[in-house]
Design a binder for this molecule. Structure first.
Ligand code: ADP
Ligand code: MG
Length: 265
């Protein structure tokens, strides 16, 4: 069993390895891009903190397909391929954050978020009340061959916060409330705080509808939800590639992940 994470600042690595050892699963961390790793030596490769794929997605996906021809890849390569480009949101068939996918014909909103469809940790993401600035950022992304996502800024991320539901092999494990990332002066994943939260029934219903539409094996799935101005839940992002799992927020979460892995092996 292996991990496919880069050198790391992944503070979930040790707790996960520990829980897997306790479940009788021998595992070690490998870099996904290490050409010397023989993936066929492993029964499975579990993708974890591959935060460095964003700038080299093609290379990452080529690796995933290669690894999958040698071992069981979790999550599967087709899941990683779809999930690393947020244009999948267009085809989910459930409510998502209102999104305009071009610099042309932008709607009028009080405040905008503009982000690239391929990103993580709010990279190249701006928040602005200045429509011209939002449009310029979207146009710059397009000029760079990237797909822009223009959204209204949902200020509920500062009050209620985002709700992230964690599922291991499709079974609910725990949920957290996450604080806003696009805060003035400091933007990024470092800002985010998370605490355990009991999801509301409408959030669970939406998350499970999303999961039901994905046929592939899912060792882990994090479904990030917000609420729209009418109070209804909507998907902001599906984290199926390298989600931080907030294991430390729920005592038995790492054990539940180990159980899920055992089931899929
Ligand atoms: N439309 C939005 N309204 C409010 N906050 C947003 C919006 N879009 C993104 N954010 C903030 O930026 C963070 C990162 O955006 P997200 O779409 O989840 O992409 P990624 O996590 O891949 O960078 C979110 O967790 C949220 O805090
Ligand atoms: Mg996100």
């Amino acid at each position: 069993m292996t991990f496919a994470d880069p050198d790391g600042h992944d503070d979930e690595r040790e707790p996960v390895l520990q829980a897997w050892r306790e479940a009788g699963i021998e595992a070690r961390a490998e870099r996904w891009d290490d050409p010397d790793v023989d993936w066929s030596r492993y029964d499975a490769a579990v993708v974890r903190s591959v935060w460095d794929y964003v700038d080299r997605r093609d290379e990452f996906l080529a690796w995933a397909r290669r690894a999958e021809s040698a071992t069981q890849l979790l999550n599967p390569a087709t899941v990683l391929e779809t999930n690393t480009d947020k244009t999948y949101l267009r085809d989910l068939g459930v409510p998502i954050v209102p999104t305009h996918w071009a610099s042309d014909g932008m709607p009028y909103w009080e405040e905008y978020v503009v982000k690239p469809a391929i990103s993580a940790g709010a990279r190249d993401t701006i928040r602005t009340t200045d429509r011209a600035r939002a449009q310029a950022h979207a146009a710059a992304l397009e000029a760079d061959g990237r797909t822009p996502m223009v959204q209204p800024y949902l200020d509920m991320v500062e009050s209620e916060g985002e709700t992230s539901l964690l599922y291991f092999n499709r079974r609910f494990s725990h949920a957290v409330r996450r604080t806003a990332m696009l805060t003035p002066g400091r933007t990024g994943a470092d800002n985010v705080e998370a605490q355990l939260r009991t999801p509301a029934p409408d959030q669970v219903e939406l998350a499970e509808k999303v999961l039901a539409a994905i046929p592939q094996a899912l060792l882990y799935a994090r479904i990030d939800l917000v609420r729209l101005s009418d109070g209804s839940p909507a998907v902001i992002e599906l984290e199926l590639t390298e989600p931080y799992l907030y294991l430390s927020r729920s005592p038995a979460a790492a054990t539940r992940l180990a159980t899920a892995l055992t089931e899929l092996l």
